[in-house]
Ligand binder design. Structure first.
Ligand code: PLP
Length: 360
């Protein structure tokens, strides 16, 4: 077996321990004679899997009792539509535009109502989080929407916006379960799990229970109503059984390794190693303003496209893979999700240092 250090932004690295557990369970899940991929979603065995996954998830994120937890399909992208369909009663919501994903959510919501841009960091290619202390929020807005960690641009909201009493809706896909979060500050949190939690194909929605009602926009498909899914404990139709099982194993891994407090310490430490190196480097440069830096996704450049390409190629030969930046930013991006071990970041920085000495 030969494992690389995988810096992909998503789908991304999973904990090796979890993959090994899945391997052990693969052909015969706990003596039931079949794999999780083959069993009925109505079976007792799977019911235990999904119930345990939800219970563990609630422990990991410290989810208050008045919030529903839904394991859905269609990715974060389908939630760009589901959120307005379920929550945009007045047909108006505000959006903080911090990059592609916030933009996509805003454009999708505009199909259903008025999607107002409250602030944007487009003027500087989304390299910072705009000041959200006094946004032009109006009384008729149903919610304020943010993309909390911007996977592509490497920025993160370290202070939540002042929503002036309106619901806060957050896409946490790329920072989900990377640190403790006060769920009670949000009306809804959603995250595609393939960044930091599990395999592609599951999106987790955490939504305050008073928002889960039959009062949705006309034309909302039954399956996209949060009420439908909540009433059936995410088993309205066949869910992504395997994906939910894998997420469950990751929740257990998080719990036995100290939970999100410990996870945050490790994640901060990993990011610090890379940022410290970038801040003193004469060759590489981080692209994000200091106060807005993500600890999950770290974009950087040399300022020379050919040199960037050379770096990416040589990094790959050294087992440091998927480090090429997003096509809209160029350069490099190292994603340092929960399952990236600290040694991976140390190896990356050692390699960058060597590359810098050879190419200056
Ligand atoms: C990856 C990503 C998405 C899109 O997720 P899909 O599961 O592909 O729909 C949305 N928002 C953020 C912040 C992401 O990182």
């Amino acid at each position: 077996m030969s494992r690389v250090y995988n810096f992909a932004a998503g789908p991304a690295v999973l904990p090796l321990e979890v993959l090994q557990e899945a391997k052990d369970d693969l052909l015969d899940y706990k003596g039931c004679g079949m794999s999780v991929m083959e069993m009925s979603h109505r079976s007792k065995v799977f019911d235990d899997i999904i119930k345990e996954a939800e219970a563990d998830f609630r422990k990991v994120l410290n989810v208050p009792d008045n919030y529903k937890v839904l394991f859905l399909q269609g990715g974060a992208t389908l939630q760009f539509a589901a959120i307005p369909m379920n929550l945009m009663k007045n047909r108006k919501a505000g959006f903080v535009i911090t990059g592609n994903w916030a933009n996509k959510a805003c454009q999708e919501a505009a199909i259903y109502g008025e999607a107002v841009e409250l602030a944007s960091s487009k003027d500087k290619t989304y390299t910072y989080i705009p000041d959200c202390s006094d946004l032009p929020i109006t009384d008729d807005m149903d919610y304020v929407y943010i993309c909390e960690n911007n996977t592509i641009y490497g920025t993160k909201f370290w202070t939540l916006p002042n929503t002036k009493g309106k619901l806060l809706v957050s896409d946490q896909s790329s920072c989900f379960l990377s640190e403790p979060v006060d769920v009670s500050k949000y009306g809804l949190i959603m995250a595609g799990v393939q960044k930091n939690v599990g395999p592609a194909g599951v999106v987790i929605v955490v939504v305050r229970d008073d928002l889960v009602t039959d009062d949705v926009l006309p034309g909302t498909p039954t399956i996209m109503k949060y009420k439908t899914q909540a009433d059936k404990d995410s088993l309205y139709n066949t869910p992504n059984c395997w994906g939910i099982y894998m997420c469950g194993l990751v929740f257990k891994w998080l719990l036995r390794t100290g939970g999100l407090e410990e996870r945050k310490k490790i994640n901060v430490k990993k990011a610090q190693i890379l940022y410290d190196y970038l801040d003193q480097s004469k060759l590489f440069k981080g692209t994000v303003e200091k106060g807005s830096r993500s600890i999950m996704n770290v974009p950087f450049v040399t300022g020379n496209k050919d040199l960037d390409a050379k770096f990416v190629a040589e990094a790959e030969q050294n087992g440091l893979v998927n480090i090429k930046g997003h096509r809209t930013v160029g350069g490099m991006r190292a994603s340092l999700y929960n399952a990236m071990p600290i040694e991976g970041v140390q190896k990356l920085v050692e390699f960058m240092d060597k590359f810098e000495r050879e190419n200056r």
